[in-house]
Write a protein that binds this ligand. Sequence first.
Ligand SMILES: CCCCCCCCCCCCC[C@@H](O)CC(=O)SCCNC(=O)CCNC(=O)[C@H](O)C(C)(C)COP(=O)(O)OP(=O)(O)OC[C@H]1O[C@@H](n2cnc3c(N)ncnc32)[C@H](O)[C@@H]1OP(=O)(O)O
Length: 361
Amino acid sequence: MQILTPHVYWAQRHSEIFLRVDLSDAKDLDISVQENNTLQFKAQGHGAKGDNEYQFSLEFREPVRTEINHKSTQRQVDIKIRKQEERWWDRLTLQEKKPLFLAPDFDRWLDESDAEMELQAKEEEKINKISVESRVRKDPYLGLKRGYLFMYNLVQFLGFSWIFVNMTVRLFILGQDSFYDTFHTTADMMYFCQMMAVLEVINPLLGLVKTGFFPAMIQVAGRNVILFVIFGSLEEMQNKPVVFFVFYLWSTIEIFRYPFYMLACISTEWKLLTWLRYSLWIPLYPLGVLAEAVAVIQSLAIFDETRLFSVPLPALLGGSLSFSYTLQIYLVLMFLGLFINFRHLYKQRRRRFRSRKRKVQ
Ligand SMILES: CCCCCCCCCCCCC[C@@H](O)CC(=O)SCCNC(=O)CCNC(=O)[C@H](O)C(C)(C)COP(=O)(O)OP(=O)(O)OC[C@H]1O[C@@H](n2cnc3c(N)ncnc32)[C@H](O)[C@@H]1OP(=O)(O)O
């Protein structure tokens, strides 16, 4: 009886061999690797010579493991065999002359260097997976932390947007007249947002964000002195145009900063928003500090006059020490704070754009 041989296609990787046997609807498969390192294949199926029994054997170039992985589909039989040693073979069979029924499987074919690159990519993928998994495992509260930060940023974004839109609309409708009652129309919301902002000092302490504690403290304390001490406690300050400029400058940066953080919480980035977050402060920060300094200077005479927060002194030293002296020291601190935070933001900007450039390369 004539022995029919199917067409067999092969490809290899460093650790395994793939065989594709061109036999459709194969049944009664008998596939094994014998002790002499030879693969024996026998099956009933539809091949080049119609429905028949087909068989072949292949003595491999180097030792292989005896366990075989195979899958029969409607079109073919796929066989995977592991090499004993992870090594690239220069041919499949021990005999130099290639059997006639054997051909390269070009769908799977890789030469040695491509296979090495594939191996490397797989290794890297494995390492990445392990590092992501270990990060998640290390921090079981990651979802909770991100959820909290997302909500915090959302609330701040809504608060500052309300202030910004309210002031802009009033500016368009009332023109310069809107400068004089900024405080009465927006102070409640600003109080709320700035009280919440205290969390921005606590968050880095709890390790929730990578922000430095000092820059955040300077920012929050600096604004709260202006809001609660200068504007909040002196009615005479509340209808001055400077309130408009201070609130407008604060809210302009925040309507970009908080959405940027919200996106960071869901590992998303919009390039334009990132650029605005890390660029707008360049003009806004000095202008903000200037407006705040004007507010402090305008308040000095009022504190002298009202003696609010003045420290009682022995009669010999002349009654009381006006709070305006403390504010004069604070004015110096403000410019020191401006310098520290300007440098911090400049570094953050460089880090951000440098790492983005590296990612693009
Ligand atoms: C007791 C005595 C006190 C004396 C103080 C006296 C000095 C007073 C001087 C005060 C001057 C203040 C003037 C100021 O009020 C004027 C103005 O504000 S004018 C308007 C313009 N202002 C600004 O542009 C400043 C805006 N503010 C800020 O940018 C921040 O508050 C600041 C702390 C200055 C810097 O932010 P940060 O360090 O957080 O930088 P990053 O945004 O790059 O964030 C670093 C990474 O942390 C992640 N992060 C941070 N916060 C969050 C959050 N809430 N949710 C999620 N993620 C967050 C962020 O994504 C970064 O991560 P990654 O590096 O992975 O991207």
